[in-house]
Ligand binder design. Sequence first.
Ligand code: HEC
Ligand code: HEC
Ligand code: HEC
Ligand code: HEC
Ligand code: HEC
Ligand code: HEC
Length: 481
Amino acid sequence: MKKIFTNSFLAFLILFLFLAFTPEGQKSPKLRSSYVVLGFNDLGMHCANKTFAKMCILPPYNNQFAHVIKVGDASNLPEVQPAGSGVYVTYEVPGNTYSVGKTDFWTYANTLFGVTLAPNIGLTGRGMTGTMHDTLNYFDAYGIPITPFTDANLVTEDPYQLTLLKAYDAGNNLLATTQNTIPVSNDISCVSSGCHSSEQDILNEHEYYPAFSSPPVFCATCHPDPALNMNSGSAGYFSKVIHQKHGSITNNCYKCHPGTNTQCLRGYMKIIGKTCTDCHGSVSNVGNTIASGRVPWVNEPKCGDCHDANHSENPGTLYKLSKGHGGLFCEACHNSTHAEVTSENANDNLQNLTLQGYTGPLKKCEVCHGYIPAGPGPHGYNPLGIRPVSEKIPNATEILPNYPNPCSFMTNIPYTIQEEGTVRIDVYDLSGNKITTLMNDRLKPGEYKAELYTGKLSSGTYICQLVTNGSTCQRKILVIK
Ligand code: HEC
Ligand code: HEC
Ligand code: HEC
Ligand code: HEC
Ligand code: HEC
Ligand code: HEC
């Protein structure tokens, strides 16, 4: 009896120690004192087939990137690693440790790709955990063979799982960790949408090869597909034939792109009301522009189509490959296209929320600099919202009238802080549901301004609440559409 007790006590102790050192524990601020790691995915969604018995559109293949930054101080700028530093980064997806059986890819990999792959190892030789490759000022891991199924649930897709990245120095000391979305979905609904009766039916309908004799068929062997770097097929680009063929049938991108359940468009551009066709045009347009010279996956819409030159991609470069302030990828501060922070998905927002205390693009200078430099920061900004608009010490801490009011798309919310302290500003609806956090930081006395984007909110009254040093003030904001 005593022995059992001792054993279970030991087990409890080990469990306790284990929990104390799990990622949750590692998020404690003291680890962030001298290094930060920023993780990001190149695309807002990586789509893959689940079954490969009949056809392969895309294999399990996900890409993860990271910057490791040695935080600066008043006399040193932040240093982006690796630069010969010996720093290295490992990746894992807690709760998702294997892929064989979650897809039958490994049964058909040899037929489709002519390679023999060890179980759970993807097309680039990477598994579900590993060490990232370092190059220039970043780390990458191409071809992680993740599926949308966690170990705990083999039935329901979880398209927005979190990676855990750990940065170590050359002496194997843990420097920093982060968690960021590794989006993946099998939600390609050729059959489940009711459009095709089976995958065999799709093969049967292929006008030019009505009887593909030995499935699985790999579409990209004949239809060039830059996404897979397969460009030698002699038929039309895969993207051209698929969109031209379906353009007259549907304009619902979610019939094929993930998807009805996954809803891959979830970022700030979605929140302000943009839809796929606002940026890409119709399904026919996606196909027809290729017919008239657009290279699929290479010539895509641009942030700069709507934003000014100061907030655009590097010339002639995709967003996912463009870099901005400090030589950092745009995605390190903003996250990927279709998932720009603030995103509707909490996992997309987690990294910046953890690092700076509020969602949205990384803008808190101290996260990387360790203090507030005189500027210019990203896009030439001075620390807006953190530096006071006016440093005159106000008579009261209050929220001043917002303008415009009522508003439909956006409103400015000026406020004054009389005494230094941590200031938190949240916006609630009338039922008390929190809509967003506009500020959560230590501020000196002065007059400040917050901006609230209301594009996603329905008409009605909202409450903006400021809490600091134990006092609370509120103001009503009227949204009219
Ligand atoms: C063996 C070569 C080959 C393979 C493999 C192949 N295709 Fe094609 N496909 C062609 C050719 C040739 C055409 C006609 C020329 C063109 O439009 O590019 C064509 C045309 C098409 C078209 C437009 C014409 C139509 O059928 O209405 C679609 C859509 C299409 N293919 C889809 C697919 C899909 C999906 C796959 C994978 C399941 C696939 N193809 C695999 C050779 C191939
Ligand atoms: C606000 C504009 C915008 C909206 C809305 C939008 N996209 Fe995009 N899309 C882009 C941009 C910009 C790129 C190019 C990304 C790059 O340069 O790295 C892109 C690229 C893509 C790509 C190529 C792969 C990639 O992610 O780079 C696909 C596929 C795609 N979009 C599909 C969609 C679908 C489907 C929808 C709707 C569910 C959608 N897009 C909505 C702007 C948009
Ligand atoms: C009938 C299915 C289908 C529909 C509907 C569809 N797509 Fe696609 N789309 C695909 C497939 C399959 C690919 C992958 C092609 C490849 O691997 O090259 C693709 C790739 C793309 C790409 C990347 C390649 C390129 O041409 O630049 C973009 C962008 C894109 N789709 C946009 C859209 C948008 C926007 C819509 C809705 C207006 C849409 N698609 C509707 C099947 C579809
Ligand atoms: C179809 C037009 C369009 C495209 C393309 C587009 N945006 Fe926007 N974006 C807007 C509009 C409209 C707003 C809201 C007004 C504003 O702040 O300019 C906005 C707002 C934003 C904001 C919020 C600004 C703030 O002050 O909070 C960010 C960040 C942003 N966009 C990033 C991007 C990125 C990154 C891309 C490319 C991947 C992109 N946008 C592509 C139209 C677009
Ligand atoms: C070091 C972080 C950082 C990097 C790198 C960065 N941005 Fe930004 N970006 C920001 C911040 C901060 C804002 C302002 C958001 C705010 O005021 O709330 C912003 C705003 C934007 C906006 C919205 C502008 C508007 O009209 O309000 C766009 C678009 C944008 N960035 C695109 C890009 C592109 C494209 C790149 C890469 C070439 C990039 N950013 C690189 C931090 C960054
Ligand atoms: C995500 C990390 C990050 C954030 C957030 C950030 N910076 Fe930087 N900053 C850097 C890096 C990296 C460098 C480049 C250091 C080098 O050149 O060696 C840099 C360089 C600078 C420089 C030197 C001149 C230049 O542009 O190269 C200034 C000034 C600066 N940042 C101001 C700011 C201000 C102000 C803010 C807050 C509004 C800010 N930064 C936010 C990472 C960041």
